[in-house]
Design a protein around this ligand. Structure first.
Ligand SMILES: Cc1cc2nc3c(=O)[nH]c(=O)nc-3n(C[C@H](O)[C@H](O)[C@H](O)COP(=O)(O)OP(=O)(O)OC[C@H]3O[C@@H](n4cnc5c(N)ncnc54)[C@H](O)[C@@H]3O)c2cc1C
Length: 556
């Protein structure tokens, strides 16, 4: 055997070899006043809103800044322009939500928007000015689908990065906030699981990915800020962190989840084998980009009078429809009719990333496809981020506040992260009481754990799950496809349970278990909805059901 091949096969063996000598030790017991699971816009802003008397832990399952927030391009929606009104933002949100937004939540969120933006400005997030040499003229506001005014404040086309970097710097100055990177929360510790009388959340078991220890985080206030679940689909704009862990943990802890059938597909991700998840911001269409068929003709007018500025579900379905009709793998987006300087100034990140893949935004169209982008459903909360379980809060994409209804309006999600993180922080600040001497929580039961050489099962199941979710529970659904998906997910859940109960748990297994559970919740919710509404579109019930008033899909 040539030496190189031999080395490769040896390395492969090493990768798959059972880690028999790895012993799970449980030597870390942490006590905090507040445990925040997730370090995106929701988690970081919540931590900074808490009083400095509180001892806070923030977990991130990889690096601190990694998560969807980091990749947000377009910006944050809020009423900043004197010509705009709160009522107009409220009405646009209600329209996008297709009858399922909670009006009180929408009003609450929109009314708290300007304060949330001012808070970010005070923290020194470098938002883009109308004229960089005349900041006194105010900020540049862009427009996106569904908004009837320019109301999206942004930091060029890398708003999320600007927010994450700024908040991270601030966090690192706070001695009461402790950061735990590479710490993956596995499950919540609840009264029910411990057979305690008091039904509440006491903390979480957490895998330290650096040394594979399972640690106990004991905290009377736990916040799920762990992002969405779009990794349940084969093609997604989201980073690898979006595996629905918070939703799955809350569900296992007995919380209700709602509207899981409404997953938003972003119409335009760059179509390129190496451009994994690279999203082309909707602001391009806001600034006049056209969607084109392969022959260069426009088509959006056939689907909606708002053309390229129709809400995302309509645009994504139109693209999906045209791709299937023509049997093509992508369509095109063109902004090259705008001046090159304008494009480079407004979209520096998209411009340079596209160039890296060989496409020049200033000189011609770029290939695009839709991809899973945003989880509208999630863990049910009230206006303070409180879930069904005492001591457990949820904020950001993990949560279901009632803001988005059947469809999220562009740039309302970062707003939701900030507003509800602030509300949850207010509640914790007001209600936190120093703990009396509570008993030490039990450590993770590792008695059943043995090592396995079957990692291949886990990686196979990951692929299978994400593929059937894409094929059967994607942009267009049918009863038959949902039933097929349900049979497969039932089988997977059974296999995963068996595997989970018998072998050493790993990062991939924990995420797979969560993704499979979230997939099940999505399928069951989709099966319950006997109509097409917002992001849920089924060929078996292609119309709205107006016979009764629209209902959320609540699973408990
Ligand atoms: C490419 C892209 C562009 C977008 N553009 C916009 C935009 O312009 N405007 C807008 O409003 N919205 C936008 N969105 C949506 C928005 O970015 C997200 O909804 C929002 O950032 C979610 O923030 P979050 O704090 O809830 O979660 P995230 O930012 O996803 O953070 C989740 C955090 O949880 C951690 N985590 C997850 N599971 C665990 C676990 N088990 N244990 C420990 N830690 C865990 C992760 O490590 C991460 O730190 C965009 C999304 C994407 C993907």
């Amino acid at each position: 055997m040539p030496i190189l091949n031999y080395l490769e096969s040896f390395n492969n063996k090493l990768n798959y070899a059972p880690t028999v000598c790895r012993i799970i030790r449980m030597n870390a017991y942490h006590q905090f006043d507040v445990l925040i699971i997730g370090s995106g816009a929701a988690g970081l802003s919540l931590a900074l809103r808490l009083e400095s008397r509180l001892n806070i832990a923030i977990l991130s399952k990889t690096q601190l800044s990694e998560g969807s927030s980091l990749y947000a391009q377009g910006g944050i929606a809020s009423v900043m322009d004197p010509g705009d009104t709160l009522n107009s933002h409220i009405q646009d949100t209600l329209n996008a939500g297709a009858g399922l937004c909670d009006p009180d939540t929408v009003r609450f969120c929109v009314e708290h928007g300007p304060e949330a933006i001012q808070w970010l400005i005070d923290k020194k997030v470098p938002f883009t000015f109308l004229d960089e040499s005349h900041p006194e003229q105010g900020y540049h506001l862009t427009r996106e689908g569904g908004h009837s005014h320019r109301r999206i404040i942004h930091a060029a086309d890398a708003t999320g990065r600007a927010i994450e970097n700024t908040l991270e710097q601030q966090i690192k100055k706070c001695p009461n906030i402790h950061i735990f990177e590479n710490h993956l929360a596995i499950d919540l510790i609840t009264g029910a699981k411990l057979n305690y009388d008091q039904q509440r959340c006491y903390g979480a078991y957490v895998l330290n990915r650096d040394d594979n220890n399972i640690e106990v985080f004991d905290a009377p206030n736990v916040v799920l800020a762990s992002g969405g679940a779009s990794k349940v689909y084969l093609y997604t704009s989201n980073p690898d962190t979006s595996t629905g862990d918070g939703i799955a943990m809350a569900w296992r802890a007995g919380c209700r989840v709602a509207n899981m059938e409404f997953n938003q597909f972003h119409p335009t991700c760059l179509y390129h084998p190496e451009a994994k998840s690279f999203l082309i911001t909707e602001a391009l269409r806001g600034e006049g980009a056209h969607l084109l068929l392969p022959d260069g003709s426009r088509f959006m007018h056939q689907f909606d009078s708002r053309e390229e500025l129709a809400p995302r579900d309509i645009v994504a379905r139109a693209i999906d429809h045209e791709m299937k009709r023509l049997g093509v793998e992508c369509l095109y987006l063109d902004i090259s009719h705008k001046p090159a300087d304008f494009i480079k100034q407004h979209f520096p990140t998209v411009y340079s990333q596209c160039l890296e893949f060989g496409y020049d935004l200033t000189s011609g169209p770029i290939p695009v496809v839709p991809a899973a982008h945003y989880t509208c459903g999630g863990v049910m909360t009230d206006l303070f981020g409180k879930t069904d379980l005492k001591g457990l809060y949820a904020a950001g994409e993990t949560a279901f506040t009632g803001l988005h209804g059947a469809n999220r309006m562009a740039s309302n999600s970062l707003l939701e992260c900030l507003v509800f993180a602030a509300a949850a922080a207010r509640d914790i600040n007001q209600n936190h009481q120093k703990r009396s001497d509570s008993p030490r929580l039990p450590e993770w039961d590792a008695s059943r754990v043995t090592d396995s050489d079957e990692e291949v099962v886990v990686s196979h199941n990951w692929d299978e799950l994400r593929r059937f979710m894409w094929d059967y529970v994607g942009i267009v659904r049918t009863n038959k496809r949902l039933q097929r998906a349900k049979s497969r997910v039932d089988l997977l859940l059974h296999e995963i349970d068996e595997y989970y109960g018998n072998f050493r748990i790993t990062n991939d297994l924990i995420e797979l278990r969560n993704l499979a559970l979230v997939a099940d919740l999505i399928i069951r919710s989709a099966q319950q909805r006997k109509e097409s509404r917002g992001l849920h579109y089924t060929l078996d019930y292609p119309d709205l059901d107006n016979s009764t008033s629209p209902q959320n899909t609540i699973l408990n």
